[in-house]
Design a protein around this ligand. Sequence first.
Ligand SMILES: [Zn+2]
Length: 250
Amino acid sequence: MDLGEFAARARQSKAIVFFTGAGISTESGVPDFRSPGGVWTKYQPVLFQDFLASESARIQHWRLKKATYELFKTVKPNVGHYAICNFEARGQLLGLITQNIDGLHKLAGTSEKRLIELHGSDRLVTCLKCAKRYEPIDVYETLGEEFTPPTCDDCGGFLKSANVSFGQSMPVVAMQRAQAWSEQADLFIVVGSSLQVQPAASFPVIAKRSGALLAIINRDPTPLDNMADFVHNGAIGEFFRQLSALLGDS
Ligand SMILES: [Zn+2]
């Protein structure tokens, strides 16, 4: 189907589920951390078991996350993030599942009850022992050039940015909710995910098998394009500007 037909179907949908990946944040200036010059080439991500076992690994974690924190202070949501908010405002959004840890959906205004951050968020710090939540500013601004890894002022447990690290298990409840939304969706829209890793690739398949219309909006082709009812390969921001014009969004 073409964009006009897709927009017509989107207008009629009552239970839309969005699934977003790094591509939706590119136009906000969030770089691919794996790309040359990205933070990951300067600071290797720390495996969760190493974080638990070694103070030097915890220091490495905080150096990487401090660099990310400095970057995230400057990035803002873009037209793609706001377009999803418009679907929620019209009462059409069942849920938004994101792989991103940049927190931009929340900043754009997607409500917490409609949002699943599958890989957690870098815009929060939590205690691994008692789960107490800390604002990033209260943790990162205390980290100078040399520091000891921060601990919880209530229980002494290790603090950690609230992203799901390599080697750390995915949150069970979030996974179950994401699966339920995928089963209930009447329209499932992938935005900016290459759908090459599990469990990311499983949700569109579940949605399609459960009867949803499947749309994939991504710069490059994905392995699930042949299963989709609508595919758009190109710039994501421009796509949402065109879609919003067809839907009459302000
Ligand atoms: Zn604690």
